[in-house]
Design a protein around this ligand. Structure first.
Ligand code: 0A1
Ligand code: ZN
Length: 852
């Protein structure tokens, strides 16, 4: 896409930021709900912004039918312009009134006001409010909202506190000024799961989780997670809740996970509804984290919001960091860290390494919805972690207190955020700021030397060029290092080295012998450590490292090295690796969850990137086969101990979704997966038949499919769960992710013809096409069937739901890694998508960036 072309969507730049011309004191909205003709009346008090450089009056508005407009009570005829309207306005404060008509029932984009299973709901972040009424829909315009909803539906909700309600109406008032993206409205025939919470200063808060009838039995866990989050934010950050009521609503059709609307969080039902029978342990952990995330946004996002959408990481990076701290406190810190690094590498490193790489704070975009990315969220959170490591815990919390004091009620920037830390610590953070501005993952190489009792580590950093950024300056990198003696004892405990130069040495004196270094403990910065260590050192660290992250990392490096040899040189599985993992497996002193993570192998995608980094073109089939061969070797090598582990870690007590039980189940299920490779699926069938929870049932079904014995159980599973849409999503996804690679595209294609397939529901679409895209050997089938199927469906989905279509295009972001035949096949599909008439701005931007 060339910027100059007349049809090219317009690019927006951070450097063009201008303050709003008009500010708002109060907004009054009245909704008369009707599926295809909802009327929205607005009454907005505007005043000129004294800091503005222009008096032009512009209101965003899309897909609205304007019925009438008035200024100070007199009818006006605004001029419609692209994306909104303009109008002559007085130079003094004035009242704008408008009535518009919208059609929630036909809104399949799930942005603005839409309907999901007969229920009205909204999604306004980032720029959805302009599909509800004409408004200065930008986050630095904050206002106090009063909302009246007229409808016969029994439950009518909006932000803030309830004012009055009666037959056919309800009124809400939110005393906290907010940007329009935090507006929410819900209307439906819903059931509340109620509770209460008393804040630390004694304020009594009503809590509700609203769900569709039939789902009321799946709210208890979410409610407990909410109360834990409220307590945790008081204890750790001193943040109290600030309204009389906090409502959560579960919605089946939702583009993302959940949304932090002030006092009225709206959740994808998959991210809040939970029961042992229908949710896995992983689902429970994720639900707890997302409820916490949305709740924490009340302070980091809502009370202090973003000046403009380039500052998205200000609220998202910080809130992801806070929810990770919460999960670490509720569960296991090392396990959470390992899980987060696996996800960071799988999603963010992948993004940073390809055509979609962008800075944590981007400096331009076409469609902001395309920037709700792993880089903004997960790398954004890593930057908070770096900052905390650099300034220390005490100053971190002091800076946060100052941030909340200084910026409460503001729409802030990354500069404001960094200033707070500079003021508290006296540090100059200009070099640290490069982390926000430079895209790409730094590579960190290491040399070591030992002489006269001094051990010296010399690090060099470099970051490859990324789109639009050829040159990179060195960043400040905290490198946590510990040193171990030959006997496995730690001779130097964890020390944080602060690297600021392109190449820099650090010396450790007074050592009696050359130590073994444990570098980047706890994954102290999001970098790629390039260290040529040998397998003996990796096995040593796997056995002895006192840092749980690096202990796991050593096992992963060992696995990766062996798999690379298998793929490239047809080597046999590495016996040293098998022995080392067996030691970990049988060590009952180690946390079962940690052992399960150590037993898990690097993903196909991880191995593909590893091969690229080593200068090879990855063959998806060879990678898949190497993993299968290694798993078989593990199954036979560990044959004697697996039945004992499987029996010992089956949890026989009543199901609890806590860290202890779920850790045990994850180890037992990892053992089952290996056992199923040698027993023809007998143990898996037994577990399937007796399972009383989804964690065990789904794991067993996966093992049966892998063993080629899954047909009966797959059919039974459907019969058992056909009324439960969230479980049926799992059923769709599992059949594809566990299919033999040469069949995955056909399985996915068949499932798109199933009566329960619908592209209007993003969860179902992702469970089907997303599952295919995330199964590399199946997706990258040499004849291109996987690519063609995905492209077919993306083209069909785009006119209905551009946001979800655009997000799923990232399946193609790694295309340049593959051989020229596959590249040509993918390029043809990308071109076919781009050539689709009326392709959305969202998808056009994504595909153009990928294709570039
Ligand atoms: N702010 C939400 C995520 C979110 C973003 C965009 C959405 O629609 C385009 C919906 C939700 C969060 O961080 O949870
Ligand atoms: Zn968020």
């Amino acid at each position: 896409m060339k910027d100059a072309s007349p049809t090219a969507p317009q690019k927006i730049y951070l450097s063009d930021y201008q303050v709003p011309n008009y500010l708002i004191d109060e907004v009054h909205l009245t909704f008369q709900l009707a599926p295809e003709a909802t009327r929205v009346r607005s009454r907005i008090t505007f005043r000129p912004n004294p800091d503005a450089t222009s008096a032009d009056f512009f209101l965003y508005g899309e897909q609205l039918t304007l019925i009438s407009a008035q200024i100070d009570g007199a009818p006006v005829t605004p001029t419609h312009v692209n994306g909104g309207l303009t109008c002559d306005v007085p130079s003094a404060p004035f009242v704008w009134e408008a009535e518009v008509e919208i059609s929630p029932a036909t809104n399949t984009a799930l942005e603005g006001l839409y309907m999901s299973n007969g229920m009205y709901c909204t999604q306004c972040e980032a720029e959805g409010f302009r599909k509800i009424t004409y408004y200065p829909d930008r986050p630095d315009v904050m206002a106090v909202f009063t909302v009246r909803i007229e409808s016969d539906l029994p439950v009518l909700l909006s932000n803030g506190n309830p004012v009055t309600s009666g037959d056919g109406f309800a009124e809400w008032h939110d005393p906290w000024p907010k940007p329009a993206y935090l507006f929410a409205l819900v209307g439906g025939d819903l059931i509340a799961h109620p509770d209460r919470f008393t804040t630390k200063s004694g304020k009594d808060v009503e809590l509700n989780i609203y769900v569709r009838p039939g789902d009321e039995g799946k709210c208890a866990f979410g409610m407990e997670a909410l109360k834990k989050s409220m307590t945790w934010d008081e204890e750790v950050y001193g943040r109290e809740y600030d309204l009389d009521i906090f409502n959560i609503v579960a919605v089946d059709d939702f583009n993302m996970g959940a949304m932090e609307n002030k006092g009225l969080n709206i959740f994808n039902s998959s991210c809040v509804l939970a029961s042992p029978e229908t949710s896995t342990d992983m689902n429970f952990e994720r639900i707890e984290a997302i409820i916490a995330h949305e709740y924490f946004h009340n302070w980091t996002g809502n009370r202090i919001t973003c000046r403009d959408w380039f500052q998205l990481c200000l609220k998202e990076g910080l809130t992801v960091y806070r929810d990770a701290q919460f999960t670490a406190d509720m569960r296991s810190e090392p396990v959470k860290r390992i899980e987060d690094v696996i996800a960071l590498r799988a999603r963010q490193f992948r993004e940073d390494n390809g055509p979609l790489a962008h800075p944590v704070r981007p400096d331009s975009f076409v469609e902001i919805n395309n920037f709700y990315t792993a880089t903004v969220y997960e790398k954004g959170a890593e930057l908070i972690g770096i900052l905390k490591t650099l300034v220390g815990d005490a100053d971190y919390y002091k800076a946060l207190d100052l941030y909340f004091d200084r910026h409460d009620g503001d729409a802030a920037t990354i500069e404001d955020w960094l200033q707070v830390f500079e003021d508290v610590t006296g540090r100059d953070l200009s070099q640290f700021k490069r982390w926000y501005e430079q895209a790409g993952t730094p590579r960190l190489s290491v040399d070591e030397a030992f002489a006269d009792g001094t051990y010296t580590l010399t690090f060099s950093q470099s970051t490859p060029a990324t789109p639009g950024q050829d040159h990179k300056d060195p960043r400040v990198i905290p490198i946590a290092v510990g040193l171990l003696g030959a006997d496995g004892n730690e001779v130097v405990p964890t020390t944080v080295l602060e690297m600021t130069e392109a190449t820099q040495s650090f010396a450790f004196d007074g050592l009696s012998a050359k130590p073994v270094p444990s570098i980047l403990r706890g994954f102290s910065a999001p970098v790629i450590l390039e260290r040529d260590s040998d397998n003996a050192e990796r096995a040593f660290l796997l056995a002895h490292d006192t840092d749980p992250f690096n202990k796991w990392e050593a096992g992963r490096a060992l696995a990766r090295a062996g798999l690379v040899e298998m793929v490239l040189n047809n080597a046999a599985p590495d016996g040293d690796y098998l022995d080392a993992v067996l030691q970990v497996l049988r060590n009952d002193d180690l946390d079962p969850a940690f052992r399960a993570l150590t037993l898990a192998l690097p993903s196909q995608d991880d191995l593909a990137q590893t091969l690229v980094d080593l200068g090879h073109t990855p063959d998806p089939t060879a990678i898949y086969q190497a993993l299968e061969t290694l798993k078989m070797a593990m199954a036979t090598h560990m044959q004697d101990v697996l039945p004992r582990i499987y029996a010992q870690y089956q949890v026989n007590e009543a199901y609890q979704p806590d860290a202890e039980q779920s850790g045990a189940r994850s180890l037992a299920n990892a053992a089952l997966a290996l056992i199923s490779r040698t027993d023809g699926g007998a143990a898996a069938q037994a577990q399937y038949d007796s399972a009383d929870n989804m964690t065990q049932q789904l794991a067993a079904l996966g093992c049966l499919i892998m063993a080629g014995k899954g047909d009966a159980a797959t059919a039974e599973f459907y019969d058992q769960w056909k009324e439960d849409r969230l479980v049926i999503d799992k059923w769709f996804a599992l059949q594809i992710s566990h299919a033999a690679p040469e069949r995955a595209a056909e399985v996915a294609a068949d499932l798109t013809q199933h009566v329960d397939f619908t592209m209007k529901n993003p969860n179902r679409f992702r469970a089907t096409l997303g599952a295919l895209a995330m199964s590399p050997a199946g997706f990258h089938r040499a004849d291109g069937a996987g690519y063609a199927l995905l492209a077919d469906w993306l083209i069909q989905l785009d006119p209905l739901n551009p946001q979800t279509t655009a997000r799923m295009c990232s399946a193609f972001e790694t295309w340049k890694r593959y051989d020229s035949d596959r590249q040509a096949l993918i390029a043809a599909q990308l071109d076919r998508i781009l050539a689709t008439p009326d392709l959305s701005r969202d998808t056009t931007e994504m595909v153009s960036r990928i294709r570039a």
